[in-house]
Ligand binder design. Structure first.
Ligand code: KG4
Ligand code: ZN
Length: 337
C-alpha cells in the first residue's frame, strides 16, 4: 500500500510517498521545500508569508513526490495530511489541497496530528520499536513527554508550560547573531565552549511533575549577554552556547529519567527538530544505556518536519479507520495538549 503524506504546519512544505509492505514502512520519496531562506530575513516565521509559500510549493512537491516514487495518483491507498497543530493559515493550505486531491480521485483521506507524525519518524530506522514506550517530542513548537500506549494512542505525561526547547535555542542564537533558526549552529558552537562557565536556571520544574519552563532560562541568558555588553565585558559566545546547551540537556535528562522511573518503560524514543541536537542525543543515549532502556532515535534527516512521518502516522490512523470527510478542518491546537 502506498500513502501520500503531506505536511504544511509551519515553514516546510513536504510531500512523501511511503510504501507499507508486511506492516513495515519504506520511504519511496520525501520532498521537503523549506521556506527558511524567506523567513530568515525577518528572524522568524511570518505566518502570512508561510501560507503563501505553501500555496506556491504544494502542487509542485506533490508531483515530485509521486514522480520520485515512480507511481501515479491511482496507486495511492490513502492521503494523510497534517491537520493540527500549527499555524492555522499554513495548515489550511495542506488540508484543502489534500482534501481536493482525495475527493476528486476517490482516495481515503486521513487527518494526522503533527506530534503523532514526529513520533512516527522514529519507527523507520528502529524496527524493534513498538508500543508501549515513552517518547519525547522536542522541536520549535513542542517539548513534551508522552506515553505511547498504541500506534495512534498517546497520553501526555509532561510538557512545557511556556516556550519550547527549540524556541529557546533559536532565541539565544539570534541574540548572538546567528541566522534563524539557530539551533543547529548553536549545537556546533557548544563544542568550542565550557559547559560549566555560566550557571543558568534549570528549565526542569521543581516538584513531582514532568514539566518544563524555558522562559526563565531564556531571560537569564539574555540578561547575561546584555549586562555583560553594557559593562563592556568580553563575552565568550561559545561558553554561552555550551552552558546553555548543558542546562537544557540536563533538564531534559532529569525529566526523562523521572518519566522512565515512574512508568517502568523499557523503550524510549526522541523526535522533533531538536532531537537532531548531538549533545542531547548522546546524553539521552548514555542515560538509557545506564538504565537498560532501549533508545530509539530517528535519522537526523527525519527529525525536522517532513511528509514521510505524516504518511506513516497516517497509516496508523488508517488502520484504526480514522478517516476524514469533506468537512475536515485544520486546528492550531493539538487534541493531545
Ligand atoms: O520539528 P521542527 O522542524 O519544527 C517544529 O515542529 O517546530 O523543529 C525545528 C526546530 C528549530 O527550533 C531548530 O532550531 C531546531 O528544531 N533544531 C535544532 C537542531 N536542529 C534543528 N536545535 C538544536 N540542535 C540542533 N542540531
Ligand atoms: Zn514539527
Amino acid at each position: 500500500m502506498y500513502i501520500l503524506g503531506m505536511e504544511s504546519s509551519c515553514d516546510e512544505t513536504s510531500a512523501s510517498i511511503v510504501e507499507i509492505i508486511d506492516g513495515r514502512p519504506y520511504i519511496r520519496s520525501n520532498i521537503v521545500a523549506s521556506q527558511i531562506d524567506i523567513h530568515r530575513l525577518y528572524g522568524g516565521v511570518v505566518p502570512e508569508i508561510a501560507s503563501r509559500a505553501h500555496i506556491e510549493a504544494v502542487s509542485r512537491i506533490t508531483h515530485e513526490a509521486l514522480d520520485g516514487a515512480g507511481i501515479t495518483l491511482k496507486e495511492l491507498g490513502a492521503i494523510a495530511v497534517t491537520s493540527s497543530p500549527g499555524l492555522i493559515g499554513a495548515l489550511l493550505v495542506g488540508v484543502n489541497f489534500a482534501k481536493s486531491l482525495a475527493f476528486a480521485n476517490g482516495i481515503p483521506l486521513v487527518p494526522v496530528d503533527h506530534i503523532k507524525g514526529h513520533v512516527a519518524a522514529a519507527y523507520f530506522e528502529n524496527e524493534d520499536l513498538k508500543p508501549p514506550f515513552l517518547a519525547l517530542v522536542v522541536s520549535g513548537g513542542h517539548t513534551s513527554i508522552y506515553h505511547i500506549k498504541d500506534y495512534a494512542e498517546f497520553e501526555e505525561l509532561g510538557t512545557t508550560r511556556d516556550d519550547a526547547a527549540g524556541e529557546a535555542f533559536d532565541k539565544i542564537a539570534r541574540v548572538m547573531g546567528m541566522p534563524y533558526p539557530g539551533g543547529a549552529a548553536l549545537d556546533k558552537l557548544a563544542y568550542e565552549g565550557d559547559p560549566k562557565a555560566i550557571k543558568f536556571p534549570s528549565p526542569a520544574l521543581h516538584g513531582d511533575n514532568l514539566d518544563f519552563s524555558f522562559s526563565g532560562l531564556k531571560t537569564s541568558a539574555l540578561n547575561y549577554i546584555n549586562s555583560s555588553t553594557q559593562k563592556g565585558l568580553a563575552i565568550s559566545y561559545a561558553d554561552v552556547a555550551a552552558s546553555y546547551t548543558e542546562c537544557v540537556v540536563k533538564a531534559i535528562c532529569t525529566k526523562v529519567d523521572a518519566a522512565l522511573e515512574k512508568s517502568g518503560a523499557t523503550m524510549f524514543a526522541i523526535s522533533g527538530g531538536v532531537a537532531a541536537n548531538s549533545h542531547l542525543r548522546s546524553a539521552l543515549a548514555r542515560l538509557c544505556d545506564k538504565k537498560g532502556v532501549r533508545f530509539a532515535m530517528p535519522d537526523r534527516s527525519l527529525c525536522g518536519d517532513n511528509g514521510a512521518m505524516i504518511a506513516l502516522a497516517g497509516y496508523f490512523e488508517y488502520q484504526k479507520g480514522n478517516f476524514a470527510d469533506t468537512y475536515l478542518n485544520a486546528s492550531a491546537y493539538s487534541p493531545l495538549d
